[in-house]
Design a protein around this ligand. Sequence first.
Ligand SMILES: C[S@@+](CC[C@H](N)C(=O)[O-])C[C@H]1O[C@@H](n2cnc3c(N)ncnc32)[C@H](O)[C@@H]1O
Length: 413
Amino acid sequence: MKARMISFNILKEICIQKGYSNLVLQKKLELAQEKDKGFITQIVYGTLQNYRYCRYQWVDFVKKMDHEEIALLLDMSVYQMIFMDKVPSYAIINDAVDIAKKINGRYANLVNAVLHKVDKQKVKEVVGKKEEVLAIKTSHPTWLVNMWIKQYGYDIAEKICFSNLEIKPVTARVNTLKISKQELLEKEPLFQAGNVSEDALIYHGSHLAATSYFKEGFVSIQDEASQMVAYLLDPKPGMRVLDTCSAPGTKATHIAQLMQDEGEILCGDIHEHRVHLIEEGAKRLGITCMKAVVMDATTLENIEGTFDRVLCDVPCSGYGVLANKSDIKYHMESSDMDTLIPLQQKILNCACEKVKQDGVLVYSTCTLNKKENEKQIEAFLSTHEDFILEEQKTIFPFEYQSDGFFMAKLRRK
Ligand SMILES: C[S@@+](CC[C@H](N)C(=O)[O-])C[C@H]1O[C@@H](n2cnc3c(N)ncnc32)[C@H](O)[C@@H]1O
């Protein structure tokens, strides 16, 4: 099958059938020739990242577009015409017409005509209201850009939007239980020290998960901002820790490292299949102090006693990770947070009961939305006089080439 046909099928599965981009891509790339894999990956991620901008380029050339797959095919073709300099337009248009014939022959002439017009037009400048221009140029929903402008101001919103178009580095966390960061840096020149986290390494090679460093448990794959959560929790060897929303266990295994694998970390997640991921991760890293169980953090039934440290890394809208998870960007709706906000509140209210006196509770999200972040903490503090806020911070994705994260450290009086 030709590379563009494979790219189109992948995009169809992600955009129309709502598959996860990384999973669909991994599965469908098996059908592609080795030489085409990079090309297909670029078309898929590039089209997802620039979906609004690409559509803006062609939408005025059709009276009405009533076919979702044809619209997606036009987006994908326009992406290549604008962003992939070395690809000749005639090759893009010929392949698009062939794909259109397979989808529905009636649209082949339209696809041909629209793409020739785009080719002639070159690039159409985005005009309109400032926030709408920003949203289209960087392919974010306008409601999200407006929300960021309202919550953080225009300058920060603009920086977030452009940073979401960047290709972020692959970041690892050294497993200090097996090797020091210095040793690893000396051993492997493809690693470079990270920007903000003490344990972070940027990897300049490809497919880190397939390397012996990963398989033998010397490193985990974890974003740098995400690594800051375990430091904020400040666990010490011998402590008793509860991680209420733990799967796949990335932060829990970091906590275990900071505890020198001494003490007890009770890791829970509501989804049984995800609890197994925690166990697999701990085994790969040689960690023994973690115990993984199915747990509903909104009730915490059968969880005995209190803990020195409690982490609530709650489910969230994920607006901090849009650079790496462009399918979230494509499918997101403002109503997504309506169910999440009460769930987060419930988890926090329940988990706080498990914190020892003078113990620490950390609440974190990978989202940039004050309603899920600062406002949650504010609401919590207004009903829990026995807790004080020691520190809270938002890490923006443009600061350290990382994801966007929020974390708050609360201490029980
Ligand atoms: C942001 S992810 C956690 C990531 C994890 N802390 C890590 O670092 O690898 C949120 C997790 O919360 C889990 N979850 C959702 N609702 C839950 C609930 N009521 N109780 C426990 N876990 C829940 C989800 O299955 C998901 O694995």
